[in-house]
Each structure stands twice: as structure tokens, then as C-alpha cells.
Design a protein. Structure first.
Length: 456
């Protein structure tokens, strides 16, 4: 099939590339010429493990990029994968969606039936709004010349390729049967075990059991809701285990064992029970805010989501207070931060826990030294008012530090020269907000090691 993906961010790049690998002919459109040139030159416009190799393989044969909307004219399916950031009140900013819809409308071919798919996370009702916009601008009839569907994306940054080739489910919402048929045909290769095995080989994934996803069809509004309800549920789950971790600390239980014991119940599951200084990033904060905002507007406030947002903020503060409790006044004390991205294996520094913590520490007069394997440039650009000393290695963060706070569990932090770091610190206190390091090993090196909810 001929596919166009609007937006060369996470959704567009990963969707376009994966569909091209599965044999479709894809054009990714972006207003940013640098991103377009990167794809056409066979390089990835974003940092995502494995994506660079696939783009290199596909560019110029099945994968193309352009700043022009021309490819919409010949497309069987057009994906909208542009950003939906938060507005001041928490609601989603749909201006990029509307701009994409307007441009699509101007380039539709009246002699074809084109399916336009919202892959971006959009509030319930957006599919219908996009339908009316396109109808109004193009003068073409929905159901006859085009149809709008919802096909939410569930990929995680850092695991995007694995998630896109081997999702648990593919959700498609549409009112037009013709649109559903078209998308079923589009996704047919993802339901074939033999092609998935090939994809796994291409990605270098050996250990994974290859099970085709569940293909779930529903109406437009329900598909849009599934995405928000899923993200908010995961955020609630993390906030829950983080609160349990705090309670474990109070009563001397070990949250790692508690999470493992809970997760053995298949109704609960063992994922998203990893403690942290709170969830963050480009999705959970904006999606929980939008869901809460929309539910309030409809007089059906999701109070659990509201509580999770508040609990998450309290979790950030809990970490800040813990440091304060351990070393007293932060005035002129040096705090070393390991990890600035919202999780490992991404360079994304939008809405990170680290930014909240660093802001708190600097307000109290602390000197901040920080390191991140991929996120230092992005973090500095977003938070250039924060007085951070950026260190070129994780080890250097320890120099003269009174405390080290491990915020993001990058695998390379396990193998830092901790012995050297211990010598370099003014006082060897380490707060591991991910319970990632080995407490015995750390204590053996002379650190005062503390995790979260690790009991007595
Ligand atoms: C999340 C969802 O997991 C994806 O399914 C969804 O497609 C995506 O949002 C989106 O809406 O685009 P992502 O934001 O990339 O993906 O990252 P996650 O792996 O979900 O992590 C989110 C935050 O929760 C991070 O700060 C992470 O460190 C934290 N987290 C995650 C925990 O603190 N504990 C956990 O057990 C898991």
C-alpha cells in the first residue's frame, strides 16, 4: 500500500519505518527540512535504539521523506503523528493536528478513497472534528472519498521498535466499514508469524516469543479513549507502588519483594511496579492532565487520576525532602545527579523528574553537578535557567559531592568506577531512586546507600 505519515517525530518515524519494513511504500512528511533530509540520507531524525539501522536499510527504496504534502494524493492511508502538547489548563493543544488535517484536505485525490488515521494521542471527539474539517476544506464526502479512523500508538520510547513490531494489541476505531477493511489489510503483515520472525531477526531480537497481536476493532471514540485510559492506568499503577514504597519505609517492609509478590498474580502483572522518583516524560504528564481536564468538563471527574497526579508530585518532593533530611541544609552543598532523561535509552528530557528535583535543590542553595549519557544537551536547552555543572562522565559528578542522587537507571551507571567516586565525594551518601544499584556492593565500598522502600 501507499502510506503517508505526517510528522517525523517518534510516532511518524517509527510507524513509517516499520510499515516500510513490512512491505508498504511510505513517505514521511515534516515541516522540518533537517529531519526530512536526515531520513532521505538514511539517518534517524530521533534517538531511538535500532531505528537508525532500519532507516538506513529502507531509505530510498520503501521509505521516503518530504516537506511537501504531495504524496497524500496517491496515498491509501495517511497517518497523522504530530505532537499534542499540553496547554496551560492541561488540555491537549490540537493546533498541529488541525494544521495537518487542513493540509491533507487540500491534497486529497477525489478519485480515490483515502483513510486518514489519527495515531497521535487525541481527545475523544477529535476524529469527528478532523472529519468535519476535511469535509469542509476539501468539499469531499466522508464515507465516499475519505474516512477518518483512530489507531492509537502504544510504543514506549527506548523500546519503540520492539513495541511497534510486537505489540500486545492493535486498536482500530472507525465508523466506516471500508476504513476498517483498509486498515486490516494494512496491518495483515503484522499478524503473520513468519514475517514477525523475519522482523525479529532484522532487529536482532532472539529471545522473544513471537506471538501475533490481538487485532481489536471498535468505534472511533472508544479507540481514542482506550489510549488515554491505558496511559492513565499505567501512571496510577506506578504512583500506587511509589506510595507503597513510602509506606514500606515506614513499616520496614521491602517494596522490591512486595512488588514481585504482587506481580505474581496474573490479574496484577509484574510490569510498571518499579519504584522511582515519579513518572514523567512526554506522555504520562500531558495525557493524565488532558484526561482529568476532559473528565471535569463532562462532570465526571476521574478522581483516581487526579490523585495519581498529586501523588506523583508528592513523590518528587519526597525525594527532595529525603536528601534534606540526610544532609541538613543544602546551602552550598554539592548534589550530584545521575540521569536527566525521564527514563533510560532515550534522549528525551521533556518534563523530567530531574528538572523538578534540580530546581528544588538549587532553590535551597545547592550546587548541582549532573550527567546523562544522552540527555545533557536537551536538558540544558529546556532548563537553561538552572545552574547545572554538566559533567562529561558519570564519575565526575561525584567530585566534591555531599550526596549523589541516581534519578535515571541508565545501564552504564551500574559499571561506573564507584570506588573512585567514593574517594572523590565529600560525604559518600547515595540515594538510588530506582533501587537499581546493589546495596551490599555499595555499602561494601563505604557508601551510605539508600534506596526507596527497601526495609530495615
Ligand atoms: C508511555 C506508555 O508506556 C506507552 O505505552 C505509550 O505509547 C507512551 O507513553 C505514549 O503515550 O506515547 P513512555 O512515556 O515512552 O511510554 O515511557 P514509559 O516506559 O511508560 O515510562 C513513563 C514514566 O514512568 C518514566 O518516567 C518511567 O521511568 C516511569 N516508570 C515506568 C516508573 O517509574 N516505573 C515503572 O515501573 C515504569
Amino acid at each position: 500500500m501507499k502510506i503517508t505519515c505526517i510528522g517525523a517525530g517518534y510516532i511518524g518515524s517509527v510507524t513509517g519505518t516499520s510499515l516500510s519494513v513490512m512491505g508498504h511504500h511510505c513517505t514521511i512528511i515534516d515541516i522540518d527540512a533537517a529531519k526530512v533530509d536526515a531520513i532521505n540520507a538514511g539517518t534517524s531524525p530521533i534517538y531511538e535504539p535500532g531505528l537508525q539501522d532500519l532507516i538506513q536499510l529502507q531509505a530510498g527504496t520503501f521509505l521516503f521523506a518530504s516537506t511537501s504534502y504531495q504524496s497524500v494524493y496517491d496515498a491509501d492511508v495517511v497517518f497523522i503523528g504530530v505532537g499534542t502538547p499540553s496547554l496551560e489548563d492541561g488540555s491537549a493543544d490540537l493546533s498541529y493536528i488541525r494544521a495537518a488535517a487542513a493540509n491533507i484536505a487540500k491534497h486529497l485525490n477525489p478519485d480515490r478513497f483515502t483513510v486518514i488515521v489519527n495515531k497521535s494521542t487525541v481527545p475523544v471527539g477529535t476524529g469527528e472534528e478532523v472529519t468535519s474539517m476535511i469535509e469542509h476544506i476539501s468539499g469531499l464526502r466522508p464515507g465516499e472519498h475519505f474516512a477518518v479512523a483512530s489507531n492509537p500508538e502504544f510504543l514506549r520510547e527506548g523500546h519503540a521498535l520492539e513495541d511497534v513490531f510486537f505489540p500486545d494489541r492493535i486498536v482500530v476505531g472507525a465508523s466506516a466499514g471500508r476504513a476498517k477493511e483498509r486498515l486490516k489489510e494494512l496491518y495483515a503483515p503484522f499478524m503473520r508469524r513468519d514475517l514477525l520472525v523475519k522482523a525479529a531477526q532484522l532487529l536482532g531480537i532472539q529471545e522473544r516469543e513471537i506471538v501475533p497481536p490481538v487485532y481489536f476493532e471498535t468505534d472511533l471514540r472508544s479507540a481514542e479513549m482506550i489510549k488515554y485510559a491505558s496511559n492513565a492506568f499505567l501512571a496510577v499503577k506506578i504512583s500506587y507502588i511509589n506510595e507503597v514504597a513510602r509506606f514500606c519505609e515506614a513499616v520496614g517492609a521491602n517494596v522490591m519483594d512486595v512488588a514481585q509478590g504482587m506481580g505474581l498474580d496474573s490479574r496484577i502483572g509484574n510490569q510498571f511496579l518499579q519504584v522511582s522518583s515519579g513518572w514523567s516524560g512526554s506522555c504520562f504528564p500531558k495525557d493524565t492532565a488532558e484526561l482529568l481536564n476532559a473528565s471535569q468538563k463532562h462532570g465526571q471527574e476521574l478522581s483516581i487520576v487526579k490523585a495519581a497526579i498529586e501523588s506523583n508530585y508528592q513523590m518528587h518532593l519526597y525525594i527532595a525532602n529525603k536528601v534534606h533530611d540526610r544532609i541538613g541544609s543544602l546551602q552550598n552543598r554539592t548534589i550530584g545527579i545521575l540521569g536527566l532523561t525521564f527514563k533510560p535509552n532515550t534522549d528525551d528530557t521533556r518534563h523530567t523528574q530531574a528538572a523538578v528535583l534540580i530546581r528544588k535543590f538549587s532553590e535551597c542553595g545547592a550546587v548541582i553537578r549532573a550527567h546523562d549519557p544522552k540527555g545533557m544537551t536537551g536538558f540544558h536547552q529546556r532548563n537553561n535557567d538552572l545552574p547545572v555543572i554538566y559533567c562529561s562522565t558519570g564519575e565526575q559528578v561525584a567530585e566534591g559531592a555531599d550526596v549523589l542522587v541516581l534519578v535515571t537507571h541508565w545501564p552504564e551507571y551500574k559499571v561506573l568506577d564507584w570506588k573512585w567516586m567514593h574517594e572523590a565525594m565529600r560525604s559518600p551518601y547515595i540515594l538510588d531512586t530506582r533501587n537499581f544499584l546493589n546495596p551490599e556492593e555499595m555499602r561494601g565500598l563505604g557508601f551510605m546507600y539508600e534506596g526507596l522502600g527497601l526495609g530495615t
